[in-house]
Design a protein around this ligand. Structure first.
Ligand SMILES: *[C@@H]1O[C@H](CO)[C@@H](O)[C@H](O)[C@H]1NC(C)=O
Ligand SMILES: *[C@@H]1O[C@H](CO)[C@@H](O)[C@H](O)[C@H]1NC(C)=O
Length: 495
């Protein structure tokens, strides 16, 4: 049976929602969090002194009987990353195993081989009941007392809250004041507003919090909620929107067996990952830039000049092997004839093959189309590239927008004035002179004459594109530590 609502919204949402993720600068840490009140590394969770001090000064972990649920048949890599962090936090409770808590799962079957990934990565710890989405209502009502469920985490709230709202309102009302559950909404796209009317009910009861996957989605929701809090409509300003907690959880998985890559190495394989549709990624612009650059200097890319042929042909004598662009995602897209030997398309892969393919590449290129990836929704590419230890080619703006990637250990930063193609060429050859000597606006000032741009290019080339695996691991641990703190606060009912 298809979930109610799903038939009408599911496929649209599958296409539109696509992706997402997270964090650093705007986590509202109190100074105490910053002063190492929480352990920066996991081995310290077992530090008895730390336990003693934290247990006496923090509210208890009152949320222990947790459901992770979704009626949406995608995004399991996102919400199971959150399930993993919840499991990690429960692990650290210094009490008996049974006292730590339980995680129940009410979702459709995982597809594209994600079951194996979930198993291998141990994403579902402290296992309770595995149910189907339509069974969650009865499950929630089975025990309305102290051992009933006390927290429900929705994987795609845009779909999930409308699906369960009525049932959960009844379930919530039927409990006494001591045994109300709370809802955590993993959200993906601020512009998807169908579900948002339901927030008012739960906000008024202090029973909802949001968990987007990147900073900008958090910030945009915060602005939106603050505006609603100032509304003149008594039905809205009375609901306490200003006080709805919003945190960020970066869905970075611990993918095993990442390839060990030689350092130094050459930049050969670039990936653009995402739905193969022109409104999701700016394939057309990228192709045009690449063709223009190949026409200008085919050798830099490891190709022969066209010389009347329809496609650039690989130059097997090239010092650096011919550049390859991998398009990875669902759907289909027409490849310009000139790029027949440059571009390969890989679609509808099982998760394992997908991870292997991307992890073996050298760099991931976002190539975002202007679809709100900087304000309303987060792209899956950002988490995907960084969790696979493949550097992502970004601008300062993208770093700051997503937050958790605002870190040189995980990304390569190009100046905005330099296109992705120009940056790839410069990183590949170590030579940015063609770009620096160019004057695209025809104003008599070459790009290298603009001080900020020139310095940013110098920095980019100096830092190179390959990232140190150990530094990357430290970055990833920092992301996980912040995820851990976020979930710990949720389980302690802290704002
Ligand atoms: C935690 O510390 C105790 C006492 O030092 C030790 O016996 C136990 O193995 C440690 N547990 C873990 C998970 O490291
Ligand atoms: C929920 O419980 C009711 C009453 O026991 C039952 O009739 C119904 O079939 C159950 N629903 C599901 C989806 O299991």
């Amino acid at each position: 049976m298809l979930p109610r609502q799903f038939t009408t919204v599911g496929l649209t949402a599958a296409v539109v929602v696509g992706s997402l993720w997270l964090l650093l600068h705007s986590l509202d840490f109190s100074p105490r969090y910053m002063q190492g009140f929480y352990p920066p590394h996991r081995d310290r969770y077992n530090d008895s002194e730390w336990y003693t001090s934290s247990l006496t000064s923090l509210p208890p972990r009152c949320r222990k009987n947790i459901v992770v649920a979704s009626a949406f048949p995608f995004h399991f890599d996102v919400y199971m990353a959150a399930a993993k962090t919840i499991g990690d936090v429960l692990d650290s409770q210094p009490e008996d195993e049974e006292e730590r808590g339980t995680i129940h799962l009410f979702t459709p079957d995982f597809s594209f081989g994600f079951d194996d990934i979930a198993e291998e990565l141990g994403l579902w710890k402290h296992r309770g009941t595995r149910g189907r989405p339509e069974e969650l209502g009865n499950f929630t009502n089975a025990d309305r007392g102290a051992s009933g469920i006390d927290l429900i985490v929705f994987g795609t709230c845009e779909v999930d809250l409308p699906y369960w709202h009525d049932e959960l309102v009844a379930a919530w009302d039927s409990r006494d004041a001591e045994h109300k559950f709370k809802i955590v909404c993993i959200v993906h796209n601020v512009e998807d507003t169908r579900w948002q009317e339901h927030i008012t009910h739960w906000a008024r009861r202090g029973a909802i919090r949001l968990l987007p996957i990147a900073d900008h989605v958090k910030n945009t929701f915060r602005q939106k909620f603050n505006a609603i809090a100032d509304s003149s409509d008594a039905g809205l300003y009375t609901a306490g929107y200003q006080h709805i907690p919003i945190d960020v959880h970066a869905p970075i998985l611990d993918i095993p067996y990442l390839p060990i890559k030689p350092v130094p190495r050459q930049l050969v394989y670039a990936v653009i990952q995402g739905t193969l549709a022109a409104n999701r990624r700016d394939y057309l612009r990228f192709f045009n830039d690449l063709i223009a650059s190949l026409r200008e200097d085919a050798a830099a890319w490891g190709y022969l000049p066209l010389n009347g042929r329809t496609a650039f042909e690989p130059d097997f004598e090239s010092r650096i092997p011919p550049f390859q662009l991998l398009l990875v995602g669902a759907g289909a897209i027409e490849i310009p004839a000139e790029l027949a030997f440059v571009v390969t398309v890989h679609h509808d892969l099982a998760y394992k093959d997908f991870y292997t393919l991307v992890a073996n590449a050298d760099i991931v290129v976002p190539a975002f189309a202007p679809l709100g990836y900087f304000r309303d929704q987060a792209s899956s590419t950002v988490a995907l590239a960084t969790e696979l230890a493949v550097p992502l080619l970004v601008t300062e703006r993208l770093r700051r927008t997503y937050g958790y990637i605002d870190d040189a250990r995980a990304v390569v930063t190009r100046p905005a004035a330099m296109s992705e193609v120009q940056a790839l060429k410069a990183l590949r050859t170590g030579d940015a002179s063609a770009f620096l000597n160019s004057d695209p606006a025809g104003v008599g000032v070459a790009m290298g004459g603009v001080k900020g741009v020139r310095e940013a290019v110098d920095r980019m080339l100096k830092d190179g594109w390959a990232r140190d695996p150990e530094e990357w691991m430290e970055w990833r641990q920092d992301v996980w530590d912040r995820n851990w703190m976020v979930v710990d606060r949720i389980l302690r009912d802290m704002p």
